[in-house]
Design a protein around this ligand. Structure first.
Ligand SMILES: [Zn+2]
Length: 951
């Protein structure tokens, strides 16, 4: 291309030979500029890489206000569980009762694949040629099919367009078979790479609305009703077309109470389900499923630490002075630990691992920065050379949901041992292996495995200021994902190692290609020949490591290199070869990195300047011991192997984290250290709705909600689900709020308690939305207090998981406001009623006393001084054998019974207790007496003790 052959051979035949070589090289250059990543066996038409559109999907969801996910609580092994009778009922948000089985609790992740939706969407799947189907959410415009998108348009339209189907977009049997195989392998790969705390029983899914993107997929009814056996994650698969070189995409759509994805939607374009794309598809699917599992900014928000609390920091965003732009970096502990290890960066300036900004838009966050991780699988573009690094596995482990198997991690060469500076400086300041600055030069790729060229483009527009590495503002490297950095890219036939794809070695330069060959800078040329001046300042030469030295062979002759690298000469060749340093190629012995820690802190802690900083639960100089942190915080016992065994209701490595009560999961709330976070949008199919829209579907709560017709309530919109909610949530709540034996009490309270319980049950179960229409409002504390008063209950109204604070009285700040007044009125009525009752009872008792006294005075009474004087039922009652011995002679019996009771204490007790507000205990005391009087056979002991008091 730009090379010029200045070969001046000593003979004409040699000139021709060199000219031929030159022609070959020029031809190969043209190939390379089209395909940057060589990949044998791929035909044209098959993309060489997969461009992930995950960030674009998230952007689209934000734009059209799609609910990003739903929360459906699961039951985990060794956890508290309350199962209500109703099969649809939700379970208690459970808390781990034992933490010592940490490892055994984690089992290989079971990904369940469902293909029911493949080819079943009439408006999104390509069924026949020239079908026009929807991509994204195109507006139903006047011109049908406009805007149009197709797989070949450049740049491709990614969403909200009409797609014209071609033959390749229809998924026939062969494509379906490939899909099953590819996804089956993906699931198997993750089973080896990740383990997860297993769910007890079937995976529960809510399925209130479609799962996923572009219309999503409806969960099979059976999954919702019965759950999915032996699964930790369900992936719903579709085969809808995509544009550009996007092979597939995937999103999570349901999460459990800890935030872990339990359902997701994976779409694979039929166009790419070909034999040619097989290896690229494998890498792509691993990449996409990583997004579902946790490599996603929405998932980051749910990440948990060792204590099972929500992480306060997953990423840090700052304006980086050196880079000249906003930078988002992951600061998770294991990601940092593995990044330090990879980059050999152990100083305290280590900033975290950068996320892709997609060329500086600042909205992205679903990929590693390509400039720094290049062919890592979680960068924004995937190809067949992509590798899964320990850093990606660490990110998933840092979610708190998985344990990673790091033996599944592959070696990432890019950036290895380049130090903190590599992460923090502009790429034009990187060392020569990672940086090139002229299209005129060719050189060795960073890992010396291939010869490469230096692709620099002239763009139509100026690049952003931070991406200008050349005097011309529109000049830069070829990849916006890699921040327009310029680095050597391997020629398609430039490999020093792969003899199948590489061009044959240049014998004039003494080259050898093969497994042990590496690219080295060189000006060697056989004596009598002359090299081109700029062309090929390098070549592929065999190397070996022996006796602590690096040796290099030219034309079969081995020579020892200087330990620190440098030029050496060979007989029969002009010029010299520049040896790499010993450490660079003889990497079996780990080079000394300043600040590195022995044993890498056993991968249980971060290494900073040679010192291990152990993660919670680990101790020792190299973090090789397990310890119980903070003595298990007083909520657990420390087992012999240094692991806390937490008591019921507490969790985390140090048992310091409290669980939430069952109300939390009844609402699909997310529990964070005893605080239950309710968000309307978090929960399955819940939206903010006008009360009047809900009332017709509710039997029990209809009239309660009717009292607040203008309110917005957080509830499912489908009437059947709403009825289910009432049966599964409201009724059990109501029953719980009604104290046992209450029906009898209704005689006393005239139904006010049950009404209060019903109101509270409804408020608790169907909460109002806040102004933003997203957060659920807690139930007003006043509603709780009113209930307590009406039912004489002692519900803890200060419980902030359920009730608002004292300040929560104002309109629109809590659920159930306005009922305070109503309940005060009711309470007044209750007081009046109680007063009336006291008056009547007092009058009644006074009357009896008067009659008794009259009878005593007349000498015919039964109220004798001694028990021996007593007759009939009297004896029977005190001995507790009432039923067997009720044989007293009729006429005197009722009066006899009452006259036998000590009237004065009874009367004073009544007067005293009802003069105060009825608390639950006092009211039940009174109730007991009522019961005794009404049904003496149920309460003999009470009468007995009272008799004694009376005496
Ligand atoms: Zn992606």
């Amino acid at each position: 291309m730009h090379q010029r052959c200045l070969a001046l051979g000593s003979t004409g035949s040699k000139q021709i030979l060199l000219l031929l070589i030159w022609v070959e090289i020029v031809a190969s250059h043209e190939d390379h500029s089209r395909f940057h990543w060589h990949d044998k066996g791929q035909r044209s038409g098959t993309p060489q890489s997969h461009s992930c559109i995950h960030d674009k999907i998230l952007e689209q969801q934000r734009r059209i206000g799609v609910k990003q996910y739903k929360i459906t609580p699961q039951v985990y092994e060794d956890e508290v569980e309350v199962i209500m009778e109703d099969p649809h009922s939700r379970r208690l948000l459970s808390v781990s009762s034992r933490a010592d089985v940490e490892l055994e609790k984690h089992q290989p992740i079971r990904i369940f694949l469902n293909y029911d939706a493949v080819g079943h969407s009439t408006d999104r799947d390509c069924h026949s040629l020239h079908d026009v189907v929807k991509l994204g959410e195109p507006a139903p415009s006047a011109t049908p099919g406009f805007p149009a998108c197709n797989s070949l348009s450049e740049p491709p339209i990614y969403g909200d367009c009409w797609y014209n189907c071609t033959e390749e977009d229809i998924s026939g049997e062969d494509k379906k078979k490939r899909l099953h195989e590819a996804l089956g392998e993906t699931a198997a790969w993750f089973r080896r790479a990740l383990s997860v705390e297993q769910i007890k029983g079937p995976l529960r899914l809510s399925g209130y609305s479609a799962c996923g993107q572009d219309g999503g997929v409806q969960l099979p009814r059976q999954y919702v009703e019965e759950g999915v056996e032996d699964a930790d994650l369900v992936l719903l698969v579709t085969t809808r077309p995509t544009t550009g070189n996007t092979l597939a995409w995937a999103v999570a759509c349901e999460r459990d109470q800890w935030g872990r994805a339990i359902a997701g939607h994976v779409n694979v374009a039929p166009r790419h389900l070909t034999a040619e794309a097989e290896s690229l598809l494998s890498a792509t699917l691993i990449h996409e499923v990583m997004h579902v599992l946790g490599f996603d900014p929405h998932a980051f928000a749910h990440f948990r630490d060792e204590q099972k609390r929500r992480r306060s920091e997953v990423v840090q965003q700052e304006h980086d002075q050196k880079l000249g732009r906003m930078v988002t970096r992951v600061v998770l502990p294991r990601v940092i630990m593995h990044s330090r290890q990879h980059y050999g960066a152990y100083d305290d300036k280590f900033p975290g691992l950068e996320l892709e900004d997609g060329g500086g838009r600042g909205t992205a966050g679903s990929h590693w920065e390509k400039r720094l991780l290049m062919n890592e699988i979680m960068t924004g573009s995937v190809d067949t050379r992509s590798v899964v690094s320990a850093m990606t596995l660490a990110l998933l482990e840092d979610s708190g949901w998985y344990k990673a198997n790091y033996s599944m991690a592959e070696q990432l060469d890019w950036g290895q041992n380049q130090g903190t500076e590599f992460l923090m400086s502009r790429c034009d300041a990187w060392n020569g292996a990672y940086h090139c600055n002229s299209t005129h030069s060719s050189g060795c790729t960073y890992n010396r495995e291939a010869e490469g060229y230096c692709p620099i483009e002239q763009y139509n527009n100026d690049l952003p200021a931070w991406a200008r590495y050349f005097p011309e503002p529109n000049k830069g490297g070829q990849s916006s994902l890699a921040d327009y950095c310029a680095y050597y890219v391997a020629y398609s036939d430039g490999s020093c190692i792969d003899t199948n794809s590489a061009r044959s070695p240049d014998r004039m330069l003494g080259e050898t290609r093969g497994h042990e060959s590496r690219c080295m800078a060189s000006s060697l040329v056989r004596t009598g020949f002359v090299r081109g001046s700029t062309m090929q300042g390098h070549g592929c030469y065999e190397h070996r490591c022996s006796n602590q030295t690096l040796e290099v062979a030219v034309d079969g002759v081995w020579q020892t290199c200087p330990i620190g690298g440098g030029p050496i000469q060979f007989n029969g060749f002009n010029g010299h070869l520049v040896c790499p340093p010993y450490n660079e190629l003889c990497g079996s012995t780990v080079p000394y990195i300043p600040g590195a820690c022995p044993h890498a802190c056993n991968l249980n802690g971060e290494c900073i300047n040679g010192e291990c900083h152990c993660f919670l639960g680990f101790s020792g100089e190299y973090c090789n011991q397990r310890v119980c942190p903070s003595g298990c915080s007083g909520h657990g016992t420390c087992t012999a192997n240094g692991v806390c065994d937490c008591e019921l209701g507490y969790t985390g490595t140090d048992c310091s984290t409290a669980g939430c009560d069952e109300q939390c999961s009844l609402h699909g709330g997310v529990c964070d250290n005893g605080v239950c976070e309710f968000r309307c949008s978090d929960y399955a199919g819940y939206t903010c709705q006008n009360s009047s829209a809900l009332i017709p579907s509710l039997a029990l709560c209809g009239d309660v909600l009717a009292g607040e017709a203008k309110g917005q309530h957080c509830a499912p919109s489908e009437s059947s689900i709403l009825q289910q909610l009432e049966a599964a949530v409201v009724v059990p709540n109501y029953n719980r709020l009604i104290p046992s034996g209450r029906p009898l009490f209704s005689i006393f309270d005239n139904g006010y308690c049950s009404a209060a319980a019903k109101r509270l049950a409804c408020w608790i179960s169907i909460q109002r939305c806040d102004m933003d229409g997203d957060n659920r409002l807690r139930v007003c504390q006043s509603a709780c207090q009113s209930y307590n008063k009406a039912c004489g209950a002692r519900l803890d109204c200060s419980d902030r998981t359920l009730f608002s604070g004292e300040e929560g009285y104002g309109l629109g700040t809590c659920t159930g406001d306005g009922i305070t007044e109503a309940w005060l009125q009711l309470h007044l009525r209750t007081l009046l009623l109680a007063g009336l009752l006291i008056a009547i009872t007092g009058f009644f008792l006074a009357t009896i006393r008067y009659i008794c006294q009259t009878l005593q005075t007349s000498g015919s009474g039964v109220m004798g001084d001694s028990m021996h004087d007593l007759h009939g039922p009297y004896v029977v009652i005190t001995e507790g054998e009432f039923e067997g011995g009720l044989s007293g002679t009729g006429r005197r019996k009722p009066l006899g019974t009452f006259c036998s009771l000590p009237m004065e204490p009874l009367l004073s007790l009544f007067m005293h207790k009802t003069s105060r507000l009825p608390s639950r205990r006092l009211l039940s005391d009174i109730l007991l007496m009522h019961t005794q009087q009404l049904h003496p056979h149920r309460a003999t002991r009470g009468v007995e003790s009272m008799s004694e008091e009376g005496n």
